[in-house]
Design a binder for this molecule. Sequence first.
Ligand code: BGC
Length: 812
Amino acid sequence: MSPADETREEAVTAALGKLDLPAKARLLMGQDMWSLPALPEIGLRSLVMSDGPIGVRGIHWTADDPSIALPSPTALAASWDPELARRAGRLLAQEARRKAVHVLLAPTVNLHRSPLGGRHFESYSEDPYLTGRIGTGYVSGVQDGGIGTTVKHFVANDAETERFTVNNVVSARALRELYLAPFEAMVRDAGPWGVMAAYNKVNGTTMTEHGELLNGILRGEWGFDGIVVSDWTAARSTVGTITAGLDVAMPGPQGVYGDALVEAVRNGDVDESAVDAAVRNVLRLAARIGLLDGAEPVVTTPPEQIDGVALAREIASRGFVLVRNETVGQRPALPLDAARTTVALSGLAARDARILGGGSATVFPASVVSPLDGLTAALPDGALTYSIGAAPSDDLGAADRGFDLRARVFDADGALLGESSLPNGMVNWLGELPEGIDYDALHTVEVHGTFTPEESGAHAFGTKGIGDFRLAVGDTVLFDGAETLTGADPFDAFFGTPTERGTVELTAGTRVEVTMTHTPMKFAGMPIQAILFTLAHGEPRRDPDDLIAEAVEAARAADVAVVVVATTEQVESEGFDRTSLKLPGRQDELVSRVVAANPNTIVVVNAGSPVEMPWRNEVPAILLTWFPGQEAGAALAEVLLGVTEPGGRLPTTWPATLADCPVSEVTPTDGELVYREDVFIGYRAWERAGTTPAFPFGHGSGYTTWDYESIANEGTAVTVRLRNTGARRGGEVVQVYLAPVADSVVRPARWLTGFARVEAEPGETVEAQIRIPDRAFEIWDDGGWRKVLGAYEIEAGHSFAERLLSTRYDAN
Ligand code: BGC
């Protein structure tokens, strides 16, 4: 312990000594949705937590309080750059400070076990080593700014189906070598101040009560000294959780700690020392952040101010993965030559960019640069045309463009309780109601205002939420009735699809009144006070054949066609898994028809996780942009025009079809999901199955070419020399894989063991220095780590499939 840590620990001990049991038990539970109570008697201020991971939402889930929205975690991981992740973390700490948040509920470091995982976009990779390195950068960055992190979801929360209850059956070896590995690396290398215990069970025990994993491995073996906080509502017992090592139960004010914990101690069911241990962890966290009087925070001077918009743009382009770039005529399809190119842009997502995935990771940026905005700004006047081509979905979205709305809240007698402005048709009062409004008194919310359409035609309107609705547009009442809960996850009603209630003929430029009254259903016993519903709207629908035909004609007339294809919030979100990897709607057809009309077609894939691309061999260039964050279009224009090169490499194997995936099952049988593949997920599994994916792990290129010249090793220190053989400065991610020569144990054929990002001028030679960690040679065997002796090939190259150099090493 450093002297500063010791002083802080003394302050913690002193504060702990002054607390009685009720105060201690109160501190271990949320006082509301996002915060712990202040205890003025010991000089402790309230600690506020917030999601996470691509921005800091703040305690209000509303667009009134905007946040910088960075690219999805898959995009950050695609940069293969822990230093960039660290800068992202520092920016998020800055955002947290601005929003009076002390602990960020991030990063998500579960693994990409199946591409169907609904929150795939929210975690980093199929590889535990890459996940650990990116996560370490991120956590270090946030904590450089004096803000805490909660690395989540501990552990094996790799899919969403039955997520609250699923029992994931995982071997000790797969847990150690895969699922626990990123957590272990981050505890060792970044020292996170928090970990979040997942909803699911592992091998029969729910994670918030998993003493073996929490007190045993996380704290005991790894020496973790931060807090363990439950995922929201995941703490289900008092004795089981406190005994296992769960420090904080969120949210509150109802829950398993507080009074219930006092009673359990008084009954003799819980030893007070377990409560003290948890309180000590919470006080230590508070002291680190600077919320406990008498304890100096870890960071007294926050790092230099970061330009969030610029960093959002930089991360976007550094994470874009150019998976295909064939020569068309004399030169590669990308970059485009701006001076001589007319561009036909199509795809609804080019105009309505999908910048982030759905669920608790949602934040509301102040502004979004769509691909259409970005290219319009970057190309000369008259060089760009835009047509919708195909929409990923016919579903309605939250009423937005052209709407001017407010919410008014009434009690059961119709008396006005309060009002709130609404940035769009979404009402998201989660745990926190607008000023002066009492949850119990709230009976009806009226969303009222005007809509001025940009287009004439049949506008569709709808509702999302549970309870009674009355929806009127002008003189037309479109709906007056009730919506009931169908699924088991109440989040479905919130994150799911709106219900269309009818259409109204409107004229462009002519304003109409819109009123929706809603009497929400209040779920008895819900620990969260939430008022969540949406007034939904859809522009007049056009004949889909006409839309495609228009895009095809525009493509034919232009030098280059750029098609943006995307998934939707109904495809990639928290709360449910995917059922298919196909692009929704007629987007595949759009791509095929556009490229048939113009062979110089670039496809931009706006999806947080893998999608099938049946046309992938027909188009000369494919750029994966993930969920690119608020600067999506600015980064895209720069990359398409070659101002910057795409910096990303795949952090996860992209399959040609779902059927090819060696591991894809996410649906439990009788409540159980068995990880039968054991240690073979991702590229480890693809290689064993002998199946070729569409694009391998690590694949992707920039705008220059590289010659891998030599590899040498001194023990486990590896040096790779490579030369930039192209015509422009560029970056390369040198990847090192370890492959046993003749194996005595059942293991993958090879695995990632190191990487380094290098940059060089044309003709310049650079060296990448990579040290192979000892753990790379070990397997988890019979309750311990065992080094597997023998000869290994150390292979270096451009991707998992393109290993270009190798050298031998004898492990003994
Ligand atoms: C999610 C967590 C999130 C929490 C708070 C949960 O449903 O699983 O990742 O941090 O909600 O929003």
